[in-house]
Ligand binder design. Structure first.
Ligand code: ADP
Ligand code: MG
Length: 246
């Protein structure tokens, strides 16, 4: 690794200022995409998107998730949390044996609203075409049959609202999909998800997945009331905060 210039060191420190890490064994933050195990194809896409380098929350959460740990990532809206869970997710999926005909997804991303699901789906699809992965978005307020048809064709990734996902698991006598191969779970905007009362649905979905799963939680805030719940869902999590947990 080339030595950093003083200017780079100063910039790095400034960026890292305000990153707090709670929990043992957190890997060091990265300062460039090349340091975190992204593939050549992903690098090309990052370049095309003009995402020059990781944002502060990405510098610390990406290596922590890539190392296999459960994490809670807290940073304000617009700080780049989506990519922070997507890049490690792609690697997680590509490390698994490919899906068989009747397999359900490997990764499931939960988010509180249809709009957020669509946004995450869009960011995800910027990468999945080149990576040969399939994404299905599952949300309410629209007909379920098309989403069922898409899921039946198979997908490595589901982006969903918890309510519609529960409906989906019950649809067609439970033959649409299954969560037996899920080993990567994301709870995005976790604070809003629990404010909106989705806790029972989230727990039911998680109960249908494998016990050896990796679970990551992202949120703009992490109120004290969420701690007990996080402890129940996550396994020895590392808590990573940028700019105060409020
Ligand atoms: P959050 O979930 O924290 O609110 P998003 O993941 O929606 O934030 O990202 C906010 C914006 O920043 C999006 O338009 C996203 O494409 C962009 N973005 C994400 N990561 C980077 C990066 N490393 N460099 C530049 N832009 C980025
Ligand atoms: Mg977000």
């Amino acid at each position: 690794i080339a030595r950093m210039t003083q200017e780079e060191v100063d910039e790095y420190r400034q960026e890292l200022e305000g990153i707090k890490v709670k929990g043992k064994g957190c890997p060091r933050p990265i300062r460039a995409w090349a340091q975190c195990g992204v593939s050549k194809k992903e690098m090309e896409i990052l370049k095309k998107l003009a995402y020059e380098k990781p944002t502060p929350i990405q510098t610390q959460t990406i290596p922590a998730i890539m190392s296999g740990r459960d994490i809670i990532g807290i940073a304000k809206t617009g700080s780049g949390k989506t990519l922070a869970f997507l890049l490690p997710m792609f690697r997680h999926i590509l490390d698994q044996p490919p899906l068989e005909e009747t397999d359900g997804p490997i990764a499931i991303i939960m988010s509180p609203t249809r709009e957020l699901c669509l946004q995450i789906g869009k960011e995800c699809k910027r990468f999945t075409k080149a990576l040969n992965l399939r994404v299905v978005t599952v949300y309410g307020g629209t007909g379920i049959s098309e989403q069922i048809a898409e899921l039946k064709r198979g997908a490595e990734i589901i982006v969903c609202t918890p309510g519609r996902m529960i409906d989906m698991l019950a649809a067609n006598n439970g033959r649409v999909t299954n969560l037996r191969r899920v080993t990567y779970i994301v709870l995005d905007e976790a604070d809003r998800m629990f404010d909106m009362g989705f806790e029972p649905q989230v727990m039911r979905i998680i109960d249908n997945t494998r016990p050896d799963r990796q679970t990551v939680m992202f949120s703009a805030t992490f109120p004290r009331q969420m701690e007990a719940l996080a402890r129940r869902i996550l396994n020895k999590p590392i808590e990573i905060t940028v700019g105060g947990r409020s």
